[in-house]
Design a protein around this ligand. Structure first.
Ligand code: FAD
Length: 644
């Protein structure tokens, strides 16, 4: 951030922007510093967004921005006048001064895209909150860019933590140019540090969750014109102290801007270093694009992070810089998220409170054709902790990512569904499963869960809770894992399927049957624990044995499939086989096995599954009807043509 970011503020002028859905988005770029020139200007010019104004303190900066934007928009040194010239302000100022520009924008009925915690002090936060509550337009939008969350360094550290590389000490070493001599920030240690610190704090939130208990200290040293600043932070969920070290020269040299050189000082990964924070790379452009679309009224655009969340980061910075404590209070305890892509359980409750009819989305496999208001869980995707054989994971984490995190700790789930792109929340909600009488469904592994509704944020755990009775949005789930184990695969075939044969097959630890109802040919694959076998990772069915592929047509990709499944009690298995045999033209039906489980409480289940290219041929509906007539329970995460 260079000194040109210090723009002029006057008394806000002029009238309020009047909303109109037809209004074309026009943007005022407020702040033309290093980052804005390299990312925002490029994105805005590619998006062909109308630029109404650029605002920077110096003529040179404004000219640079206009050249990058390829436009001849109006130039202003005054923030308020620049904001007034557009329908939306993109505020790209240093954190210490961004709040005033945001306030001006809100008070004048403009849409706002800000890129940092907009408030710097509790007072500023309160002012912003009041201004937002009194905003001139109900449909005014305020979007907050969270580029930081996608920075390679942040993602890499997240991966390391997910993989179990905890540490006693983390360091985030930043090399940056000091503000130039005479710059207003030169004398203000806090303001100078803030721009780097917010990134660290946000990264901490991403890695370890919100800081709720923190202690911090700040020390600075002057050595022959070179100043070093050390800020150390204690996050309650982090293994040790997080140390931010800033090295800066006398302000004469060109900036290196080498940020995010994170060092581990762990027992296990001693000295591991994650280099290259990548200020410009890693999703900054797409986040701005989403924010622009969202301000244009595109309901499907990512609404980004809520501004309240940024306020919380600011509270942590404030404390970390020794200017106040983090303690419960209105400033810190502002609601975390209002939006439909929350990052936290509290955010889910708030979203549901605002829109109780939101449809919750995991990976979206079942919801591709749906339109409407969604609550997406994809930003809640962290593996929170692993203690013994229990993993606690946020609901938006995919099974694939969970599997990777568990593998690193030599753990796994006792049985995996074949479909690993499902989120954990969706897998639990739909009782997804592989095929194992021994182990059951993913929901059966749940030992505790946190669930959001429009009124409550509830933890369920202990002996007595019944996962099948839990209603709401799963936000955090604790699953029982098992040590990694090895399996050997075997194949069986028959030409005369009946329930007795199925019973012999289901004795295996994991067993899956493919039955061509037209020809009567059947092939089954089984996986059984065997120290000489391959590690069980849920994909051991692939590639299918030739006996299976011989029964199947050309492969059907997941996104092109129609898949439906009904679980019938074991006692009805023979009747189900007979009923399916009578369906004219029936093709390949898969058979899976479950113990009495979340899928069919109280009775061991034989599950009959179809997986065909969409749209489904007529025989599929025949099979579904036949199974429904026998009391088959439809898989809630698959199609269901019978309204069961
Ligand atoms: C190609 C393919 C293969 C499949 N193979 C298998 C298989 O082997 N075994 C099996 O059992 N199933 C299988 N399924 C079904 C699949 O597991 C489920 O449909 C799963 O829910 C899809 O995950 P998703 O994250 O895309 O869910 P979504 O489609 O996003 O959501 C599924 C349902 O869960 C709800 N939901 C999502 N997240 C939450 C949450 N956090 N809290 C509460 N409710 C939530 C949604 O509202 C929706 O009703 C398969 C599906 C496909 C498309």
């Amino acid at each position: 951030m260079d000194s040109d970011d210090q723009t002029v503020h006057t008394v806000p002028p002029i009238g309020v922007h009047i909303s109109n859905d037809e209004t074309e988005l026009s943007v005022a770029l407020i702040g033309c510093g290093w980052y804005a020139l390299r990312t925002h200007c490029v994105t805005l010019s590619k998006a062909k967004t109308t630029i109404a104004a650029v605002c920077a303190r110096t003529e040179a900066s404004r000219q640079k921005a206009l050249a990058k934007l390829g436009t001849s928009a109006k130039e202003f040194a005054d923030v308020a006048f620049a904001i007034n010239a557009a329908s939306c302000a993109l505020v790209a100022l240093p954190a210490a001064v961004a709040g005033r520009a945001c306030l001006t924008s809100i008070q004048h009925g403009k849409d706002l895209i800000s890129e940092k915690p907009a408030a710097w002090s509790p007072q500023e936060a309160e002012d912003l909150r009041e201004a937002w509550n009194d905003r001139p337009r109900d449909d005014q939008r305020w979007r907050v860019l969270e580029n930081w969350a996608l920075k390679p360094g942040v993602l890499k550290v997240g991966e390391l933590l997910d993989a179990g590389h905890g540490s006693e000490k983390y360091e985030w070493r930043c090399k940056r140019r000091r503000a130039a001599k005479g710059d207003w920030r030169r004398e203000d240690k806090a303001a100078e540090l803030l721009d780097v610190l917010v990134h660290l704090v946000r990264a901490l939130r991403c890695w370890f969750g919100d800081c709720t208990v923190t202690s911090a200290s700040l020390r600075s040293y002057e050595f022959d014109k070179v100043r070093e600043v050390e800020c150390s932070l204690k996050h309650e969920n982090a293994g040790g102290f997080v140390v931010l070290e800033l090295f800066d020269g006398d302000g004469g040299e060109e900036s290196v801007f080498k940020c995010g050189d994170i060092t581990w000082d762990a027992h296990k990964v001693n000295g591991e270093k994650v280099d290259g924070d990548g200020w410009v790379a890693g999703g900054a452009r797409s986040t701005l694009m989403e924010a622009l679309k969202s301000c244009e009224g595109d309901a499907r655009a990512d609404p980004c992070t809520s501004w309240e969340e940024g306020m919380r980061d600011c509270a942590v910075c404030f404390a970390a810089l020794g200017m106040g404590d983090i303690h419960p209070g209105s400033f810190y305890e502002m609601p975390v998220v209002i939006g439909t892509v929350p990052r936290s359980p509290e955010g889910c409750v708030l979203s549901l409170k605002a829109h109780p009819s939101l449809i919750v989305v995991g990976g979206g496999a079942n919801l591709r054709q749906r339109t409407g208001e969604f609550l997406e869980t994809r930003l809640m995707a962290r593996v929170l902790k692993v203690e013994g054989n229990i993993v606690q994971v946020e609901a938006g984490c995919t099974l694939r990512r969970l599997r990777q995190a568990l593998m690193a700790r030599k753990l796994t789930l006792a049985s995996w569904p074949y479909y690993l792109d499902s989120t954990v929340g969706a897998a639990v909600a739909t009782k997804s499963h592989g095929s194992s009488v021994k182990y059951g469904t993913v929901a059966d592994f749940v030992v505790a869960c946190r669930v959001a509704t429009s009124t409550e944020d509830v933890w369920y755990d202990g002996e007595s809770f019944d996962i099948t009775a839990v209603k709401g949005v799963f936000t955090v789930v604790s699953l029982r894992c098992v040590p990694l184990f090895r399996v050997k695969r075997s194949v069986s075939t028959t030409d005369s399927l009946d329930a007795a044969w199925l019973r012999t097959i289901r004795e295996h630890d994991h067993a899956w049957v493919w039955w061509d109802a037209a020809t009567g040919r059947v092939a089954a694959m089984a996986l059984d624990a065997d120290a000489d076998g391959e590690i069980y990772d849920g994909r051991n069915w692939s590639p299918y044995a030739p006996e299976v592929t011989r029964l199947l047509g050309p492969p059907v990709a997941g996104e092109d499939c129609y898949t439906a499944q009904y679980a019938v009690p074991d006692a009805a298995a023979d009747a189900a086989v007979t009923a399916i045999k009578s369906v004219a033209g029936a093709g390949v039906v898969e058979v899976k096995f479950l113990p009495p489980s979340a899928m069919l409480p109280g009775a061991a289940a034989v599950c009959f599954n179809v997986y065909v290219a969409a749209p489904a041929p007529a025989w599929v509906l025949g099979v579904e009807r036949a199974l429904a007539a026998l009391g088959g329970v439809a898989h809630p995460g698959k199609c269901c043509a019978t309204d069961v």
